[in-house]
Every structure is written in C-alpha cells, then in structure tokens.
Design a protein around this ligand. Sequence first.
Ligand code: ADP
Ligand code: MG
Length: 239
Amino acid sequence: MSLLQLSDLTKNFDGLRAVDGFSLDIPDGSLNALVGPNGCGKSTLFNLITGVLKPDAGQVIFRGREITGWPPHRIARLGIGRKFQVPAIFEEMTVRENLTVAAKRSGNRVSIDHILEQIRLADRWDLSGGELAHGQKQWLEIGLLLAQAPSLILLDEPTAGMTGAETRATADLIRTINQDQGITVLVIEHDMGFIEYLSCPLHVMSKGKILKSGSFAEIRNDAEVKALYFGNTAVPADA
Ligand code: ADP
Ligand code: MG
C-alpha cells in the first residue's frame, strides 16, 4: 500500500522550474533514497511534501488523502517528520530533556530510554545539546523526530559533515528505524558510500524530476546516471 503518493509536482521560482512534474510512490514501511546533483530540486521537493512551500501544480497524497497545500503544522501532525541539514536542537538543554520536550509536545508515548539507545547517546543523556559532537547532534535530531512517533521520516542529507564511521553508524540507525519500527523513510543523500550501505531503492533526480529508479547496482551501471552523477564524484554538499 502507498503511504505517500507524489504526482506531477511542480514548483517555479521566478521562471526557474525547481521541481518539474515529479512523481513518486512511497510504499508503507519502505526505505527509499533520493540523489541528484546540487540544485536539482531535492530540498524543494521536501518543502512541497511538508507544506513549507505550496506546489504550482500536482498533488501530495498521504494515506490516500490529499494534503496538497496544507500548512506545515497540520502535515506534521499527520505523522510526517522532517530533518533539516542543520540540526535544530536545544543547545542549552540536556540530551534527555531535548527528547522529553519533543515527546511531550507531540503528545506521544515513547520510550526515551529506547530512543537514547537507538541514537547511540545512552551514555551521554546528561550532556547539553551544545556539548555534543557534530555527528551526535545530527543523531539527536533524528531522536527528536522519533520522539514524535512519526510514520514517515524525511531526512535531508543526514550525514553532512560526518566522519566515515559516523556515516556508517547513521546508515545503521536509519535501517533500524525502518526495519524494527516500521517507519517509512525517504532520505536525500550525496554520499554514495552511504547509499550503497543503505541498500534500498534509489531514485535519481535531475532538473526537477526523476531520471531513473532502481537498485544501487542498476543505477551505478546506468550510462545516463553515470554522466549526470557519477561522472562528477566531487559533488559538493548542499548549502
Ligand atoms: P537541491 O536540494 O537538490 O540542491 P534545491 O531544491 O535546494 O536543490 O534548489 C533547486 C533550485 O531552486 C535551485 O536552483 C535553487 O537555487 C532554487 N531555489 C530553492 N529554493 C528557492 C527559493 N525559496 N527561492 C528561489 N529559488 C529557490
Ligand atoms: Mg538540498
């Protein structure tokens, strides 16, 4: 069953077609990755899904219900959580307090201890957010999403600025969230090592729409994708 259906989404910025007839079906319980060169419209797509931006055309359908153009707080309340590239955590609160506040705000019953284990911060629960290393802040923000018990998580470059070991740990964390908790995940990434390690369906975006979908192996060997993406391995991370 589809959890999220995007059909023909289009968004223009002063004549620039940032998203141009984007369609994708996300099955309930699935893990999917979206890649594509800088500026191809990935973050704008997340803004359309989460209601930060209204599409000029097309539809966003969640659990069979059209939510196109709904305000962000209503969409969030449906159980769609989104992580931005820069962690939005409370620097002056402890790790545990951060999670408790997020859980309370959403009114969901979750085990804070379990989330602390998952995000690998069980032994750092009493550090303040500001004391965490960069990678740990990213994990805490994923924890804040989990505390809201979402059914769909959108991650925009969750490994930006991470070390190789942290990147791998993040891939493990995402797979656990998906497989053990059944949370549907759509992740935008630049890091191909991370994508390969995730081993999930991959969608390559170019100029606002999907160029190709397939497994990592299929995509890696595709001539069009190679020219677009793998031909330029030094793709810089988004600003
Ligand atoms: P990606 O995340 O794939 O790097 P973005 O979705 O951020 O790409 O951007 C797609 C295009 O839309 C880029 O050319 C970007 O400059 C432009 N863009 C994004 N957001 C805005 C905005 N709020 N106003 C004007 N142009 C924007
Ligand atoms: Mg982006």
